[in-house]
Write a protein that binds this ligand. Structure first.
Ligand code: ADP
Ligand code: MG
Length: 269
């Protein structure tokens, strides 16, 4: 396994893009696995009622399973819902269940509705016997209260962008929402990382989109490009990341490269 520097304090990433199908969950799971494979302690928080990250990490998330819903809505401690992923010794997941679908509405009438995840996560990280190096929060494809909770709990935003024609549509709305959060709810939040996903080097369009995004966000875009790959899309049906499912595939290689860049950049900042 590759050796990567560990951050001195926990880095909390929100993986967000209000578009569906751009690679948020795939990126969350595979970066988390790549970092865990290198020895980091990593927690994935599944904030999408679909529970795709929970499925991909092979953790239980039936309706009765204690989940992020209980943490956010019922003030249950996060320690009671976190499960270890069978894949790696140091990879953990707070699963989502179908109940989370109602949370968006239930949150509206709760006290401190934007800070609930932040409060629970802080407490969990403080009380953990061993420190976590990374937390990745997988967001639903919307800019509602669940995603706002993720932004308030994080210090870094990672935006996956699909290498397609409409890729940049909606990005300015996402960025202006993030700056609103920064001004009013979380002054520590910054878009630190942009990752280009589903890249197909054979198309001019993909290359054009990558060039455009690099021009606009030269500091944030990672050098690593995630290729469109069947192995990446197959892995979740085996309850595995592509890092374990096919460690020598181009998909696994590209996510390991992205993880290495994230680990090295963090140390430089
Ligand atoms: P989101 O969480 O943003 O909705 P997903 O990560 O679930 O997006 O990805 C959407 C679909 O695309 C899934 O079926 C996933 O397996 C597939 N997918 C994601 N990344 C890749 C890739 N690099 N190559 C091929 N398929 C991918
Ligand atoms: Mg998803």
């Amino acid at each position: 396994a590759q050796v990567l520097p560990l951050p001195p304090t926990t880095r909390v990433f929100t993986v967000a893009n209000q578009k569906g199908g751009v690679g948020k969950t795939t990126t969350t799971v595979n970066l988390a696995a790549a970092l865990a494979a290198s020895g980091a302690r990593v927690l994935v928080i599944d904030l999408d009622p679909q529970g795709n990250a929970s499925t991909a990490l092979g953790v239980e998330h039936r309706a009765e399973t204690p989940s992020v819903y209980d943490v956010i809505i019922n003030d249950e401690p996060m320690a009671g819902v976190v499960q270890r992923s069978p894949e790696f010794e140091t990879l953990y997941c707070a699963p989502a269940t179908i109940h989370l679908a109602g949370a968006e509405i239930e949150l509206v009438s709760l006290v401190a509705r934007e800070q609930r995840l932040h409060t629970a996560l802080e407490k969990y990280l403080e009380e953990s016997a061993e420190p976590f190096h990374y937390v990745f929060i997988d967001c639903p494809p919307s800019l509602g209260l669940l995603t706002i909770n993720a932004f308030v709990a994080a210090t870094e935003v990672l935006i996956p962008i699909q290498c397609e024609y409409y890729a940049l549509e909606g990005l300015s709305q996402l960025l202006s929402n993030i700056s609103l959060i920064e001004r009013h709810l979380n002054p520590n939040l910054a878009v630190s990382t942009i990752l280009m996903t589903m890249y197909d080097s054979r198309t001019n369009l993909a290359n054009q989109v990558v060039a455009d995004v690099r021009e606009h966000f030269p500091r944030e875009v990672l050098d690593a490009l995630i290729p469109r790959s069947v192995r990446i899309s197959e892995a979740p049906s085996y309850g595995q990341s592509v890092i374990s499912y096919d460690m020598n595939s181009t998909g696994a290689l590209s996510y390991r490269e992205a993880a290495a860049e994230i680990a090295h950049r963090g140390v430089q900042h």
